[in-house]
Design a protein around this ligand. Structure first.
Ligand code: ZN
Length: 430
């Protein structure tokens, strides 16, 4: 099982790190991935750079955070669990009473023992995340005017960086399959350390084989990272990406689920459907209206990249979601292997698809190439209707594979395959 190695790296080395949109933790995570895959490029954007309608936030780093009670006891300690702090908390060092402290404690009221995951990236704020049980105990054990020393040793750097990772596997063709996962969540296993682990296992697998298409893996901070990446690379993405997947919450062993692209009609959707069928997996398909991750960017108007999402249990659909229960009781080797198998097979399916692209803008002039005659002599298709060539070329716009073209132009796939080879020979396809 090739994923085992990456499961161990994920669990023991990456899981404990406090990650965020920016900062040392995220960089450290990328360096661990790079240690295993030397060709990983760690790149960055500068804080405050404008990307479409957004601005890269300041780099945020945190050294320590805690709450000390009147007996000098550390009752909350960031070093025990990095979810204890609201992500992007401003620095604080002051004494407040219980009444004020309670205003700054975040819990999940119906989950006694879970620490929630909360962030405040774009609004200056601070706070601690604790269990509901802890908050109730505070109310019971202290008086409302008791003092607490709250310390958050964080800093913002306006000249900082937002780091991300990019790994490219060159295939026979420049046309590429894009795999994206996000690296900005702190210690939670399914959301989204599982995406990082599965991506590493996929890099390992596809590195060792000859691929028809190139494959690009992205390790991005969610939302702002994908927006910035698209901002920088839109033209090349539009030119080369023929399909791909976003990997999110892909490590539990409870369900298989996915979200197809906006219209559900792309080759990536088709290859994913094919995978579930090949593996006889029952899966749930979530509507695009329930999107929550980077499909919001990759599939947005003007970008329209054909990326579907692969989940085991989708974000927001499991009770451990965005809290401290999202750990390695939920994410298992078996669960990760199941997610890996679906992603791997879907990429293999994509890699096999022939996606013809017409070389000429507007209709090519068949007459000057003598194609009417050639066509009948070579007996490429049984009827001599040269419209079939033009039909084929009309649908060879990079969004259809051979099977789909066959359906559109109402010809047998085997004939369309011959037609394809013929048109490649005639240099009418890219
Ligand atoms: Zn999340």
């Amino acid at each position: 099982m090739s994923i085992q190695k990456f499961f161990k790296i994920g669990k023991h080395k990456i899981y404990p790190i406090c990650r965020s949109l920016t900062g040392d933790g995220t960089l450290k995570t990328l360096k661990i991935i790079k240690k295993n895959f030397k060709k990983l490029k760690i790149r960055n954007f500068n804080s405050r750079q404008k990307v479409f309608d957004w601005k890269i936030p300041s780099q945020w780093d945190i050294k320590d955070a805690y709450i000390i009670d009147k007996y000098k006891k550390k009752i909350v300690n960031f070093k025990n669990n990095n979810l204890h702090i609201v992500g992007y908390s401003i620095p604080i060092n002051k004494k407040i009473d219980l009444e004020q402290l309670l205003q700054k404690l975040y819990t999940i009221s119906n989950k006694q023992d879970a620490i929630p995951y909360i962030t405040s990236y774009y609004k200056k704020s601070w706070g601690f995340c604790v269990t509901e049980r802890f908050k109730r105990k505070l109310r019971k054990d202290y008086n409302i005017k008791d003092k607490f020393h709250v310390v958050i040793d964080s800093k913002f750097n306006q000249r900082g960086k937002l780091n991300y990772g990019e790994y490219y596997i060159k295939g026979k063709s420049k046309k590429e399959i894009l795999i994206s996962t996000y690296i900005c969540h702190p210690s939670m296993a399914n959301d989204n350390l599982s995406g990082i682990i599965v991506s590493m296992a996929l890099i390992n697998f596809f590195n060792s084989r000859k691929n028809n298409k190139s494959i690009r893996f992205l390790f991005l901070p969610e939302t702002i990272g994908s927006i910035a990446y698209i901002y920088k690379n839109l033209n090349i993405l539009k030119r080369n990406v023929i399909g791909g997947y976003i990997l999110s919450c892909i490590g539990d062993d409870k369900n298989h689920s996915c979200m197809f692209t906006k219209y559900g009609d792309k080759i990536s959707d088709d290859c994913l459907r094919q995978t579930y069928k090949q593996k006889k997996i029952n899966y749930k398909n979530y509507s695009f209206l329930h999107r929550g991750s980077d499909e919001r960017q990759f599939c947005s108007p003007g970008i329209d990249l054909p990326l579907a999402s692969i989940f085991r249990t989708k974000y927001g659909e499991f009770s451990e979601y965005h809290n401290s229960m999202d750990n390695f009781n939920l994410v298992t080797l078996k669960g990760l292997n199941g997610g890996f198998a679906v992603a791997k097979q879907s990429i293999l399916n994509l890699d096999k698809r022939i996606i013809p692209i017409a070389k000429h803008i507007c209709e090519p002039q068949l007459g000057k190439r003598g194609l009417y005659k050639l066509l009948s002599e070579k007996n490429v298709i049984d009827n001599q209707d040269c419209w079939k060539i033009l039909d084929f070329l009309q649908y060879a716009d990079g969004t259809n594979d051979i099977n789909k073209i066959a359906k559109y132009i109402k010809l047998d796939t085997s004939i369309v395959k011959k037609l394809y080879s013929f048109l490649v020979g005639e240099k009418l396809l890219q």
